[in-house]
Every structure is written in C-alpha cells, then in structure tokens.
Design a protein around this ligand. Sequence first.
Ligand code: ATP
Ligand code: PRP
Length: 211
Amino acid sequence: MITIALSKGRIFDETLPLLRAAGITVGEDPETSRKLILGTSRPDVRVIIVRATDVPTYVQYGAADLGVTGKDVLDEHGGNGLYQPLDLGIARCRMMVAAREGFDYRGAVRKGARLRVATKYVQTAREHFAAKGVHVDIIKLYGSMELAPLTGLADAIVDLVGTGNTLRANHLVAVEEITRVSARLVINQAALKLKRRSIQPLLDAFTRAAA
Ligand code: ATP
Ligand code: PRP
C-alpha cells in the first residue's frame, strides 16, 4: 500500500491533476466527505487528509510514504528524514515581510530599531532577520497575521502573499520578499528504498506532469 498525505484546499485541488497524470483518481472530495482516509482508483494507493503543517511529520515518521507540502511548511519543519526530489510548481506564492501603509520599514531597519514581527513562520522570520542583522522580537501567531500591524500587536508580519488581495484589503503593503514558495513532493527515505518499485513510477509521472 502507498499512502499519500495531502492537505485540504489548494494542495489537494492542485495535486489532483498530477495524480490523474499518474493514472490515479481519488474516490471522494475532502470538502464534502468527513473521511480522512480516501480510496483511489488504485487499490494499492490511498490518500490521507492532514493539516498542511502536519504533512512533513506524517512522511518523516513513515505514516505516509509521500506527501505534497509547501516550501514554507518544509522550511519550518526542517525536512528531517525527508527526500525532496521534486518542485511541483503548484500553490505558488511568495513569503513576504509586510507592514501598514505609511510605516517606514526601511527607515526603521536603517536606524537599527528593534522591530516586532508577528508570524506563523517563526523559523523563516528568525533566519531572515538574523541574516540581515535586524533585531526583532518575534510574536508567534496561528493565523490572521494581517491583523497584527492594524491592532498595534506588531510593526510587521511575515506571511504568504499570492494575489496580494489580502494585504490590499487590510491596508498593508509588502516591503520585502523573503523567498518564492511552491509545493514540493516529499518522500519518506526508508519507503523510497523499500517500496521503490511502486513509488518510482509515481515519481516519474509526477516529474513529467510537473515539467
Ligand atoms: P493550516 O491548515 O495547517 O493552517 P494553511 O491554512 O496554511 O494550513 P492552505 O491555505 O491550504 O493551508 O495552504 C497550503 C499551502 O499552499 C501553503 O503551505 C503554501 O505553500 C500555499 N499557499 C498558501 N497561501 C497561498 C496563496 N495565497 N496562494 C498560493 N499558494 C498559497
Ligand atoms: C494565505 C496567507 C494570506 C493569503 C494571501 O492565507 O496567509 O492570508 O493566503 O493570499 P492573497 O495574496 O492571494 O490574498 P490562507 O492560506 O488562509 O489563504 P486562503 O484564505 O486563500 O486559503
């Protein structure tokens, strides 16, 4: 049995065409089904639905053989025990620093001010500001980061930006790009060795479809 870990929403939706290219269709839609283990058109392949941030953990411990996860999530996780053979080019966005319109971010950085930064991406933010030599106090949040500068909780946020609509709707502006983000295929290293004969054709089909 091959187990593939996916998260609901854009990762699931954008992985479906790749699975289809590998000849696999998923039996149920996770948006309407409460099931967390979904059968597929292949009796030896199943999909499990986990939180986006939990995909690397399931694959690291071998509870799933493969997973699809954003580079943002992988960077925070660290990638231990994971083979990362493929950038799937889906769920593309950018990790950005953003602040309130009118906030002089560059001036604050130039003056060596200590910035308060709210984010779900603590590791990424810490590394980014450390590399720039900017002193920051990081405030960990689990969502709705855009609220932090609007309520005085923080000077800036580190968050994902896709269309930019969320920033615009909240009168925030992106002031710095940290990295480009897309979803990656991750494979449990032991599973790759032990189940190579079933995993390799999947990997090949994904590689062709993602090209
Ligand atoms: P969790 O449920 O664990 O909080 P989440 O809400 O961040 O996760 P999604 O919104 O489905 O989960 O995001 C999954 C992945 O899609 C992210 O890890 C990121 O790589 C990518 N992503 C997030 N936001 C965007 C966006 N606005 N545009 C494109 N890709 C995005
Ligand atoms: C992400 C991110 C931003 C938003 C940015 O949130 O945390 O809030 O997307 O996307 P935009 O630039 O296209 O507006 P989330 O994963 O909750 O996004 P979703 O609500 O679009 O799923």
